[in-house]
Design a protein around this ligand. Structure first.
Ligand SMILES: Cc1ncc(COP(=O)(O)O)c(C=O)c1O
Length: 467
């Protein structure tokens, strides 16, 4: 038996380009669906490279990536085996879609999640070990409520490189994700008499619910193919707005340069605040990441983001860069709430950024998500012919438009019967609008994604023909 037989790889399918990503994806799928069980020994890099007619370095790099992800381990003698990790807890084996019940959705292709199986477990452990080996005992005491200075310095550099945000470390506030930043801002705005806020419609349902909780009222403003309708915003009389300009959630549009200018003029004229949720701008597949709106008017924009899409939501690590006029009050509010975020994970993250590991991880994740995006688009074109697909140039999700006569909430209930959890576009709407599905392609290996989309197609196709 050859190395490629063992892995059920067909050498004739080896692509010409992107071979490392291809091989890593195939191996990952084989591990997560149980084809390669815990402890299974992989062929030597030389053997597999010869079988697949690829360079030995390519195979070694694919093994290295999966070792970084914690899926493989290198043994003392140099052999490589499947790691003894609770992989099944992170990625359940390929489900039997027909056995789904409404109470138990089997496969969630909802928006927003990155590929959590690729969390760099080994690198994170190394960073934590390094922090524990070097941190002084004073670092185990009460920390600065604004966040660890070392992380704020590392983040200031990262934000300048990745988003064009130029900020001094003493203006960065570490928060519990975007959500922590948003609730802090909402409370401080309320204290100042701004108890209502404009939001995008459609816009992220989760953010809307947080603002709804903290504020007296929220006002929807329509989004079109250029992004938020700023003339509509000006008509609301609001003085604060929450917006996703780099990659509008859920439609995927980028706020046009003209609208950016209008937005900043609006903020100036009403003495207002733009809350910029830059939740996933690292994932652009068509061009370099879009520059943050914050860069154009730092005293009118509160820039918020997190590592939920790049590392994992479970870290609850994010940041907030606010206008000087709000900064001290925000830090005071954080101090009075909980004295700030835990220090040790902050130091581990700083270590990951300083060593370049985060940027390397992001580069490989971008490739993986892009491959999954391509596979999802392909599968949708085959399974839902005639349905437009939008928002594919960036992020971790896309939108499938449905014919006007369909109710997307009913469609998702039907798809759920087939064992697939998917979000209706209406879930993210304030006012009624055209139907659609929001599909997240980040977390699933390609075969599972293809199978899920095929099942979605089977559930919907009969309805597409009805009128
Ligand atoms: C639009 C948007 N903003 C922000 C977030 C991330 O929130 P957090 O950083 O609190 O995990 C999400 C998560 O899905 C999102 O969809």
């Amino acid at each position: 038996m050859t190395g490629s037989d063992f892995l059920q790889l067909d050498p004739s399918q080896t692509p010409r380009n992107g071979r490392t990503a291809w091989l890593a994806e195939r191996l990952r799928a084989a591990i997560t669906d149980g084809t390669l069980g815990v402890g299974a020994r992989l062929p030597a890099t030389r053997v597999l490279a010869a079988d697949l007619s690829m360079a030995r370095g390519t195979v070694a790099e694919a093994y290295k990536r999966l070792t970084e992800e914690g899926l493989l381990v290198t043994n003392q003698g140099g052999g490589t085996t499947v790691a003894d990790l609770p992989v099944s807890a992170a990625t359940p084996p390929l489900p039997h879609l027909r056995e789904a019940s409404p109470e138990q959705p089997l496969l969630e292709v909802s928006s927003g999640m990155p590929d959590l199986t690729s969390f760099p477990r080994a690198a994170w452990l190394r960073a934590e070990r390094q922090v524990l080996a070097t941190a002084g005992s004073e670092e185990l005491g009460y920390a600065d409520p604004q966040g660890a200075h070392r992380l704020r310095v590392a983040l200031a550099g990262w934000l300048a490189r990745s988003r064009g945000v130029s900020v001094a470390a003493d203006r960065v506030i570490i928060t519990a994700g975007v959500t922590g930043a948003l609730s802090l801002l909402a409370q401080v705005l309320r204290d100042r008499g701004v108890a209502t806020c404009a939001i995008e419609d459609p816009g992220a349902d989760g953010n809307r619910r947080i603002l709804d909780y903290w504020m007296d009222d929220i006002t929807p403003v329509p989004v079109d193919e250029h992004g938020l309708d700023v003339t509509g915003l000006a008509g609301t009389g609001e003085r604060a707005v929450l917006i996703t300009p780099a990659h509008q959630f859920p439609t995927g549009v980028v706020l046009s340069p003209q609208r950016r200018r209008e937005l900043l003029t609006w903020a100036q004229e009403v003495d207002g605040l733009v809350i910029e949720d830059d939740y996933d701008s690292e994932y652009r597949y068509d061009r370099t990441p879009v520059r943050a709106v914050h860069a154009g008017a730092p005293e009118r924009v509160a820039h918020i983001s997190s590592l939920s899409k790049v590392l994992a939501p479970a870290l609850r690590l994010g940041w907030l860069i606010a206008p000087q006029a709000l900064h001290d009050e925000l830090v005071r509010k954080r101090w009075a709430t909980d004295l700030g975020s835990p220090a040790l994970p902050q130091l581990a993250l700083a270590q990951l950024i300083e060593s370049g590991t985060l940027e390397r991880h992001l580069r490989s994740l971008r490739l993986r998500h892009r491959e999954r995006r391509d596979a999802a688009v392909d599968a949708i074109e085959r399974s839902l012919p005639g349905c437009a697909i939008e928002g594919i140039a960036a992020g971790l999700h896309l939108v499938v438009r449905l014919p006007e006569h369909l109710d997307d909430a009913e469609i998702t209930a039907r798809v759920r019967q087939a064992g697939i959890q998917v979000q209706p576009l209406s879930q993210h709407r304030f006012n009624p609008g055209p139907p659609g599905l929001v599909i997240g392609y980040g977390p699933h290996p390609i075969p599972r994604l293809q199978q899920a989309i095929k099942s979605i197609g089977e559930a919907i196709r009969p309805l597409l023909r009805q009128r």
